[in-house]
Each structure stands twice: as C-alpha cells, then as structure tokens.
Design a protein around this ligand. Structure first.
Ligand SMILES: C[S@@+](CC[C@H](N)C(=O)[O-])C[C@H]1O[C@@H](n2cnc3c(N)ncnc32)[C@H](O)[C@@H]1O
Length: 368
C-alpha cells in the first residue's frame, strides 16, 4: 500500500470517506496542504505523523471533506418538505416537529429549513431543527450564520430578504429564525442512534452517502433508520438513492427519488422503478432548467462534481463529469461552458469549434 493509500484508508475508517468518490487528485491535494502546513517533506512522513498524532486526524478531515452546499439547494424538495410538514402540523395539534439536517455543512440547509417551514405556517414554538456535521469549521460558520452571495445561487434577492439581511460583511440570518436551529459537531459514524431512537419526524440527509465507502453507508443507513420515527420522512439528495439505502427505506411514491419512509412491507415495484430512475437518469423531455433556477437536476449534480474535481486540479475527472452532465442534458449551458474551458488549451481545434457552436445554440435555447 502506498502512503497515500494508507491515509485514504485512515479516512475511510474514521470518517467513512471514500477517496475514490472524488478522484485521486482530491486527497493528494489535501495532503499536500497539510504537508506544507506541518513542514513535512513526503506523504510517507505525513502518514507516520498521522499515526503518532491522532489530533492531526481532525485537520485531515477538515482538509478533505467536500462541503459544497447552498441555500434552498433543489427548491422543489424544500417545497415538498414544507407541504408535508404543514399537513403533519395540522394533523398533530400541539405537537412539536423535530427535524434533523445531517450533514448540514456550513448551515445553509438547516437555515433554509427554518425559513421554509415557518413560511409554510409552522409555529416557531412547535419546531425544533437540529443540525450536525463532522467539520468543526463548518459548524462554526453555521452558528455564525453570515453568508456571501455564492451561498445563495438560484435564490433571488427578494427571497433572501425573507430570512437574511444584507450587511457590509455579507448576509446575516434574521434573529427570529436563530433560536429554531441548534448546531453540533458530530461524526455520524460515532453515533448509533440508539440513544435518540425514533426522535425525528423529518431527516434531511443529502449528499453524504455518495461520498462514503460501502461499510460506512450501511452504518449510516442503520443510524438514520433508528433516528427516524416510523411514520417520518427521510429526504435524500438526487444522487443518494443507493442500494444500501433501499435495504431499510422505501420511496414514498414510485416517482419520488428524494423522499423515503422506513420500510413497511416492501413495495418492490416502487423500489425498482426508483432505483432504475436514479441509476440511469432519463433525458429530460422538456427544455432543461438553468442551474440558477435552484432545481437540483442530475446534470447540475454532475456539473458540481466537475467543479470540485477542477478545484483539485483533476481535469480528467472534471471532463468526465461534464460529459456525464451533457449525456443527461445535451444543452446544459454551465457544463458546456466548463467543457469549453477545459478544452481551451488541449482539444483539437475542430472539436473546440464544434463545442462553441453547440454552446452558442444552447445559449439561444435551441437543440445542441
Ligand atoms: C456536500 S456536503 C452536503 C451538505 C448538505 N447536506 C447539502 O446537501 O447541501 C457534505 C458534508 O458531509 C459532512 N460529512 C462527511 N462525513 C461525515 C461524517 N462522517 N459525519 C458527519 N458529517 C460528515 C462534510 O463535512 C460535509 O460538510
């Protein structure tokens, strides 16, 4: 095993992180940053340091985690959750709705839930949102509740003003929402869920499972199953409908790939339909939603992965993710733009010209 593989193995054991999910360049770049910080001269020296200094593990986790998030990431999901919560509230007078956002990253998801659920009529006295993440930096930022414009992609200025106010330092979450959310730094792998069994009516667990190794996925799914009430709802990300999840949860409706309930007698047809839909995203028949619409389409997910790869200098995987986005949606403008940037210095001129033509037509709203 190479030193880098050793370090990857440590991350899989302690945080469940699957380095393959983000490509080899991601871990290498993170370790290089730690090497520079500690003035060490090789990956082997760092692997030895990590063995001897367990506290370095926290720094490695901070350097490696993908914390990409934003407010109202996939607006349709929040709308559906808001309607479900409003129905729940009407049929459970006097009871408090308990919600968990896990992982919450820097808090955008948890604050979006607070804004969305109160806008759907839930009384603040009957709403408790808890939010957790393994990253200490993310939790500190979440508690502060101060955000820059990039966290609001797809949310109009007017909509932001309903839950945050503009200040010279950025957008601050409004005071009335603050008591509704509590943040905690926690590693989900260290929770069995036993102590809080059946505590939550609604759990958002989006964009975590895709980054985990198989054994960690199984463990997280077991924990989520214990935490959620039998009649509760688990909300997942558009890439999270994985076989491990379907062992304990079933889609609410065959068409839903994001809202699940704990297993009752298994509706196999529904599970298979949803699993197929998640594995091979169908080409959308209608013209695609722009990235800025706030909809989390499969192509938007692939595009975001491409950006993470590119940030880590891994152009090969970035290009592959762009191509996957364009397979799903051939006129996805952000992916065409990114691919054109990636090809600007290496693809043959003939291909670049064809891509420019395609981009031009897509921008005008035509077929690719
Ligand atoms: C891509 S973000 C997702 C945030 C949000 N749910 C969303 O969909 O926008 C993934 C988050 O998972 C957190 N994470 C990774 N492994 C974790 C673990 N073992 N326990 C808790 N959080 C973890 C990371 O720190 C990161 O903030």
């Amino acid at each position: 095993m190479t030193p880098l593989e050793h370090i990857g193995e440590w991350l899989a054991r302690h945080a469940g992180f699957d380095t393959a999910s983000v490509g080899p360049g991601h871990l290498k770049a993170a370790v290089q940053r730690r090497l520079r910080h500690l003035a060490l001269d090789s990956e082997a020296a760092y692997a030895g340091f990590l063995e001897k200094h367990p506290e370095e593990g926290d720094e490695l986790v901070e350097a490696t985690m993908v914390r990409e998030t934003r407010f109202f990431r996939d607006a349709a999901v929040f709308e559906a959750a808001g309607q479900w919560a409003a129905d729940w509230s009407r049929s459970h007078p006097g009871q408090t709705l308990r919600v968990l956002s896990l992982p919450c990253a820097s808090g955008e998801e948890a604050w979006s839930l607070a804004a969305c659920l109160t806008a759907h009529g839930l009384h603040p006295d009957r709403l408790r949102i808890e939010a957790r993440d393994i990253s200490a930096e993310a939790i500190t930022a979440a508690r502060e509740g101060l955000y820059q414009a990039s966290s609001f992609r797809g949310v109009s200025h007017a909509d932001r003003a309903r839950f945050a106010r503009e200040t010279p330092e950025g957008w601050r979450i409004l005071d009335p929402l603050r008591p509704l959310v509590t943040f905690q730094r926690r590693n989900i792998l260290e929770d069995s869920g036993d102590a809080e069994s059946s505590s939550y009516h609604l759990i958002f667990c989006r964009n975590l499972l895709i980054y985990l190794v198989h054994s960690a996925r199984l463990r997280v799914v077991g924990t989520l199953h214990r935490l959620l009430k039998p009649e509760g709802r688990l909300v997942i990300g558009s890439g999270d409908l994985l076989p491990e999840l379907l062992e304990r949860f079933a889609p609410v409706r065959p068409a839903s790939s994001f809202a699940l309930t704990p297993h009752r007698p298994l509706d196999l047809a529904a599970v298979e339909t949803a699993a197929r839909a998640a594995a091979v995203p169908a080409r959308p028949a209608a013209p695609p939603a722009e990235e800025t619409s706030g909809e989390e389409t499969p192509e938007a997910q692939y595009y975001e992965r491409a950006r993470v790869f590119l940030q880590n200098g891994d152009e090969r995987h970035a290009e592959r993710s762009c191509r996957q986005a364009l397979y799903v949606n051939p006129v996805h403008v952000p992916s065409l733009e990114l691919l054109s940037e990636l090809w600007s210095h290496r693809a043959p001129q003939r291909l670049r010209r064809a891509l420019h033509g395609r981009l031009h037509r897509a921008r005008r709203g035509g077929a690719a």
